[in-house]
Design a protein around this ligand. Structure first.
Ligand code: NIG
Ligand code: FE
Length: 412
């Protein structure tokens, strides 16, 4: 199947060469072609250019995008979209004065989601997750990382991995599974964390690796969850099975998780609501990309990641939804791009770079996704009529998406 999109007002994030990451002041630049066309064959971007050069290109399907913007689909590099039920009652508890920490200390939070997930059948979990995934696709996301971590038993974690595998098989979206081996300490192990870590390193990781579904390992490195020493033990156990770290760090406290991530060649370190100058220096020494999750800061009314300090230090930055039932129950990347502008003081160019090419980098797929480049996968957003891409973050909480193409197929 071939598709020709014609008369595009702005074709955004056009890279002649196969860019795989954009850093520091380069993030201020978003390469754009005005009055352009884009030509797709099967699942691949074949050609693009200005309309004057479009003559002679024939396609089975022609889309007239007059007055519309075309850009690569969002690359959401951090989600927990496989979960059971919801945590609406905790949301109301927080409005009435309880803190996220207090709720979690009472057995709510991650433990609440784990209980629900353990009691939900694999089929039902798949159905709930597929519905969410389809909603994300309609909102412009074409590639998405999905974590385990609400299992908290070997059996339930493997169930989550199988659900993620099935999503990968049955959806056109690109799915990057991550084993969030250590998300919280289960109730039964409350006074025996070491035994739980042993279960993770000796049973969960080997059994998960044997399924050959994931290449990444995650740990929630945080006070009351897993400290630096625990995190290092788990990362090393994962690395023995070729699982590369992608970790939760610096959400509430600075424990040194960023330096640890860089030391272990983590692909990304995510959250960073708390950030020190030492953390920035550590990031400068490696290829680990920092990932900000402004939806979580919004929903929990807490600090936003200091994106300006990160970008102004010459570093790259990605932004992602952190879609999960407790701290960010929204998978809308359009809102995240807007929140990055409004709350993280990123320019629209920086935010779109962070949500496309850098998001793809944070999943290890930026040689195939995240920009309009010949040979890359055809994951494309066509917006509703607008004059400039800045209107996407400007009209916050509006739906800017008219059509999406995933792997060369027009889905909306
Ligand atoms: O990324 N911080 C750890 N994990 C999730 C939230 C988990 C939850 O509340 O269910 C996060 O914010
Ligand atoms: Fe998360």
């Amino acid at each position: 199947m071939s598709i020709l999109i014609k008369n595009i007002q702005q074709l955004v994030q056009v890279h002649e060469h196969n860019t795989t990451i954009v850093k520091g002041s380069d993030m201020k630049t978003l390469p754009v072609l005005e009055n352009a066309y884009l030509y797709i064959v099967d699942d691949t971007i074949i050609e693009y250019g200005v309309m004057e050069d479009c003559e002679g290109i024939h396609a089975e399907k022609i889309i007239d995008a007059t007055g519309q913007i075309v850009l690569p689909s969002w690359c959401d590099s951090h989600t927990h979209l496989v979960y059971a039920g919801d945590r609406t009652s905790e949301f109301v508890d927080r409005i009435n004065g309880l803190s996220y920490e207090e709720i979690s200390n009472k057995g709510g939070g991650i433990l609440n989601s784990a209980k629900k997930l353990q009691e939900t059948s694999e089929e039902e979990l798949f159905e709930q997750s597929l519905k969410r995934l389809n909603e994300l696709i309609a909102m412009g996301t074409g590639a998405v990382e999905v974590k385990t971590g609400y299992g908290l038993t070997v059996e339930a974690e493997l169930k989550m991995l199988r659900v993620i595998k099935r999503l990968k098989q049955e959806s056109l979206a690109t799915i990057i599974p991550t084993l969030l081996a250590a998300h919280a300490i289960p109730k039964d192990y409350k006074t025996n964390k070491e035994a739980y870590i042993k279960l993770i390193t000796e049973e969960l990781i080997p059994q998960a690796a044997a399924l050959n579904i994931t290449h990444f390992i995650d740990v929630f490195c945080e006070k009351g969850y897993f400290d630096i020493e625990d995190t290092e033990t788990i990362l090393k156990a994962g690395q023995a099975y070729n699982l590369r770290p992608k970790i939760h760090v610096n959400q509430f406290n600075i424990l040194g998780g960023i330096a640890l991530g860089v030391k272990h060649n983590a692909l990304s370190v995510d959250h960073l609501e708390e950030l020190s100058s030492e953390d920035i220096e550590a990031l400068k020494t490696g290829d680990t990309i920092p990932v900000a999750l402004p939806g979580c800061s919004y929903f929990l009314s807490m600090n936003y990641t200091k994106a300006r300090d990160i970008i102004d230090a010459g570093l790259p930055l990605a932004i992602a939804t952190d879609y999960n039932p407790g701290s960010s129950p929204s998978g809308n990347m359009n809102f995240i791009v807007s929140a990055a502008c409004v709350k993280l003081k990123m320019t629209p160019e920086e935010a779109i770079n962070a949500a496309t090419i850098n998001g793809a980098y944070a999943m290890g797929i930026s040689s195939m996704y995240g920009s309009i480049t010949r040979g890359k996968k055809a994951n494309i957003i066509i917006t509703k009529p607008m004059k400039h891409y800045s209107e996407i973050p400007y009209a916050f909480a509006h739906d800017p998406i008219a059509h999406v193409i995933i792997n060369g197929q027009l889905l909306k």
